[in-house]
Design a protein around this ligand. Structure first.
Ligand SMILES: [Zn+2]
Length: 79
């Protein structure tokens, strides 16, 4: 991908962030989208921001009552 590079701002991948991974995404100028080299996530800036908000929200909720989230049962074992 010759057009791929870092965007104006570095955004972490919301999908990886939810799995406890802090991964910077790359920016696709042609499509005006950010994408993650580690998972399948890709989305425009607004989508990234929205999902990062969601990730933060879910993390916060997890700390209080993570048993509501079956997907996070693995993380719950850490505490
Ligand atoms: Zn990712």
């Amino acid at each position: 991908m010759a057009q791929a590079g870092k965007g104006r701002l570095n955004y972490r991948c919301p999908s990886c962030f939810m799995r406890d991974l802090d991964i910077d995404m790359f920016y696709d100028k042609d499509k005006d989208e950010y994408f993650c080299i580690r998972c399948q996530y890709r989305g425009n800036e607004a989508d990234v921001l929205a999902k990062n908000q969601l990730a933060r929200f879910r993390y916060g909720a997890m700390m209080r009552r993570f048993t509501d989230f079956e997907d996070f049962s693995r993380e719950g074992e850490k505490t």
